[in-house]
Design a protein around this ligand. Sequence first.
Ligand SMILES: [Cu+2]
Length: 323
Amino acid sequence: MTCMVTGKKTMKAIIFILNVIVGLALTSQVAFAKTVKVTMHATENMVVIDNKGTKYPSMSFDGAIPGPVVRVKQGDIVDFTLINDKKNKYSHSMDFHAAIVDVLDEFSEVKPGESKHYKFEAKYPGVFMYHCGASPMQQHIARGMYGIIIVDPAEGYTKAYPKPDREYVLIQSQFFPDPEDHKAMLENRGWTNALINGKIFHYDPVHDPNAKLALQSKPGELVRIFFVNANINLPVAFHAIAGVWDKVYPNGNPKNVIYGMATYNVAVSEASTFDIISPADRPTNNAIVDHSMNAAMRGAITVLMNTPDADPKMGKGDNILPR
Ligand SMILES: [Cu+2]
């Protein structure tokens, strides 16, 4: 009798342990390669392109410039759907620079009222531009159809790629006032301003009294900037005035590290990651600029305030692209 009870208990214990093992195996598999569903609408709508409320007929993803931040982990499967709203005039498409697929298949144009679904593995860690590739491509990008996909490294943070205290996304683009003149966009004629995250002097209350936002951090914090050059034709001389980039990770890949850079040239369509650490013993400010003056003075200046009373929510969690 005693023996039967012990036997049952042993069996129960074995089944319990087996369940735990199977459970752990499944969980680790899920954590290792997750499928992330991403759905976006191609939109043709009016957006505000400066701090005083000037409106402009954009082409955009989900109605805003830039489109939503997509963030996955290396190895994840991105399960993507693009819906081209019925009321739209133009065909649109989605080109993720993080995807290794077929340009004629996955990245093909989608007519108004139709949708496109595809999957890809985010194989390489880093930061990547995404954009519409429908013709004429320069017009779709110039009018706002771009964004960022962040692929966090599978191994997580390391000594070479430490955990930052705050993160910000900055995406720069050229503003062409005539939305229909795609020839001017192609030939780089007549652009009047630089947009940062969709607005002229978006985070610069120094040059634009109407600016309500600036980036914030506390003195001594490690601030990580994910930067995308969404210009049509011009590279960006990315520089932090009154600071030095502690590390630059070209394409955001932790294996690519350059130390102690004043200025780093970002190619058109390149996304790269920049770490900056402010002095810990005093409040300071940086002006993060495109050091090409034709862009800086036309909108590409971002103020980073390093003060003890920095907003604890800014640059944390989902709040890395302030709108
Ligand atoms: Cu488009």
